[in-house]
Design a protein around this ligand. Sequence first.
Ligand code: ZN
Length: 208
Amino acid sequence: MKPLIDGYRRFRAGAWPNYRELYQRLAAGGQSPKTMIIACADSRVDPQMIFDAGPGELFVARNVANLVPPFERDAAYHGTSAAVEFAVRVLEVRDLVVMGHGLCGGVRALLEGTPPTGSDFVSHWVDMARPARDRAVATGETGEELQRACEHECVKLSLSNLLSFPWITERVNAGKLQLHGCWFAVASGRLMLLDESGQFAPPAEGDD
Ligand SMILES: [Zn+2]
């Protein structure tokens, strides 16, 4: 806990004075982020840092392997779906971004099996992405390339599952909401965007 308290003190002494006014405005007026990001819980892929965003800009949900389950209205506790509903229906974000990443442990569990210590929840959670794994395996890639292919397929699977939410499809069709996919390479700090042809490519010239 000590590193956290030390960090908090640095925040209060360093960033807070610069952000005080913004935080106070956000406290009084509420948040109105325009973008939701669904990212992996991995400690190396913090969307706020990668997109250099400040308080109030990004509504973020993070989970193992940045997965969005299909639309299911039942008695289970749907944490990610609840976050998506809040962002889309209550906050009315304009952009919804699924960000995958390199060296993803959740994707590795999907490909190689979950370690026994992840048998209570992780195993069942990543199992929802089995179609993504099957598509990645079908590419014939192996090793790192297979892992990357599966990370890419998991982003596509989450995007496709987002479209199973009726109020998302409705907004997408009405031009009120845009869905995007991207993938962050931990080792190089590079971001790749999913294009319309289904490929991941660096942002267009001038955007990088
Ligand atoms: Zn991950």
